[in-house]
Design a protein around this ligand. Sequence first.
Ligand code: B16
Ligand code: MG
Length: 219
Amino acid sequence: MKGVLFDLDGVITDTAQLHFKAWSAVAKNDLDISLPANFENDLKGISRTDSINRILDFAGKADQFSSAEIETMLDKKNTYYLKEMDKLDNNDIFPGITNLLDQLKQAGILLSIASASKNAPAVLTKIGLIDKFDAIADPSKVAHGKPAPDIFIEAARKINLDPHECIGLEDAAAGVQSIKSANAIAVGIGNSSVLSKADKVVPSTDYLSLSLLENVYNS
Ligand code: B16
Ligand code: MG
C-alpha cells in the first residue's frame, strides 16, 4: 500500500447534513416542496448537478426549468451551503481520523482526496486538515462523477500512483463502486449491507488504523 484515497463527506467530516439543509432550502423556496429526511442519503456522494436532477425528478418537475434557471438554483444551494460550512471547525473531524492521517504520514504513505465536492479545499481548511494531504483531486476536471472511477483515478494520479497501489475510503455505495471500478482496494465506513461491494467494511471511522488498512491491502 503506497497511497490512501479519501472521500471527504462521511469519511473525514459530516457535511451531508449541511448539503441537505441547503438543498431543502432550495426545494422549499424554488420548488415549493419539502424533501423527506431519508432523501439525505440519496444525495450522498453525488455531484451538485446530479443532485438537482434527482430533486427535480422527485418534485415531478424534471422538464420545467431552463438550464439558466437550474444554474441559478445551484448557485443558491452553494451560497446556503457555504454559510453553513463556515461554522465547521476541528471539532467536526470524525473520531480517529487525525490519528490515522498521522500514522499514515509517518509510514510514508501518500494521502489524496477523492471527493465529489468542489468545496473540498475550503472544508479541509475550515477543519484544519488541509496541510495533511499530498493532493486533492479536482472534481470539475473529471468527466464522470461517482460511481464512475474517474475521481479516484485522478486522486491516485495526483500522487503519482496507480490506483491498485492504493486503498480508497468511502461511506457511500456509489463511492465504493467508484473505487472498485478504478481498480483500488475499497474500505467502506458504515453499514455492510449498503457497502457490500467493499473489500472490508468498518462501522465507523474510529475502527480505522494503519495496521487495519495494511492487513486489508495484503490479504
Ligand atoms: P459540492 P463527497 C459530496 O461529497 C457530497 O456527499 C454530496 O452530497 C455533494 O453533492 C457533492 O459532494 C458535491 O459537493 O456541491 O460542494 O461541489 O462524499 O464526494 O466528499
Ligand atoms: Mg462521502
